[in-house]
Design a protein. Sequence first.
Length: 401
Amino acid sequence: MDIVTELIGDETHVVLSGRLDAAWSNAVNQALQNTVHSGSHHIALNLANVDYLSSAGIRVLVILAKHLQKIGGRLRLADASPAVREVLQLVGFHQLLAGLDKPPVEKLVVKSDKTAFESCEINGIALERYLLNADALQQVTVIDNSDETTLLEIGEGHWAIGHGCLGADSSLAQAGELLAVDGLAVCLPGDDPQHPDWLSQEGGLVPRVGLVHGLYASGTFRYLLRFGLHPDTPPLRLSELAQMTLACCECDTVAWVMIAETAHLIGAALQVSASARESGFFNFPSIRDRLLFTAEPAFADETCVVAGVIARDANSLLAKQLRPYDGESGLAMHHHAGVMPFMPVRKGLIELSESLQRLMDTQTVRGVLHLLNDDREGVGAGESFLRRGAIWCAPVVCPLD
């Protein structure tokens, strides 16, 4: 089996030659999934040189068609040999494609009547920028407890990051790395960090978290920014995206939530509960047993949810939770990332809550990280790189501003 791919406009043409049977179905499936992984959501399939198609091969095509439909993409059958065309007609594949071309039953509810976007370039990064609410602000509160948790409800329009736990009845001993956004909360429990746990909004159930220390935000977002617009776009550093977002919002402090496909992530996660914190907690070498640190790039080719605050000149209250990101940019940041198995991020104007629900279709969380920049000269692992995704952002106000 020969597999040739070529990007023509926004559509990737895939030409298969040979037998698409059980022996080759896995290889073809991997090639097609890699095409989707690269950012191509519109695929034209040419089977003119395929002389045999088995049920194993049909299953690969059906899975691809349904996968693309879920993310707003499309599979088009450009050509097929007579033998393959007959098989596809017998199994109703053409009817399947026709049905998948219809709009999905579920609707994206986007709280904006501005469906048009602006194509622009900010700090050298090509973007699609959607104005959601010109007056939107994010109110950010610093939570800083020592021996208790602050109970927070994370419904629509709220997010939190820091050291905390899931549920209203959780104990301080269960507190670990926490990320909670718009009805989804993920955590590395301090008493069992090898098993990330999560709560998602279902019906009348709205996740509650207990935050020991960290950031809690509420409000609406001003912009939706789409980056990594083309399959050949190189991955972008987290700091590049941060600088671009500050420039877009034209302010020095911004809150953002991002869903993105990863090149890799760099960060750390506590491996013990908040109750284990004591004087000298971060001393070497005992810190090695208390902190997971990605000395090498981790979580490559996954999908992540990132939430946090970026600042050039944070006020004194926020400064308690922000740390200098590097020695050059002047950025101070605090970000957490929840990592899930790869799921392409739908293109265009998307809604945050619906996108989070779609991401959790796998019912799996790979991990939770406090994102860092390991800029140690000569030995540092660097920073996180992201391939493509969506950023919801707005300027920050603080209760004591």
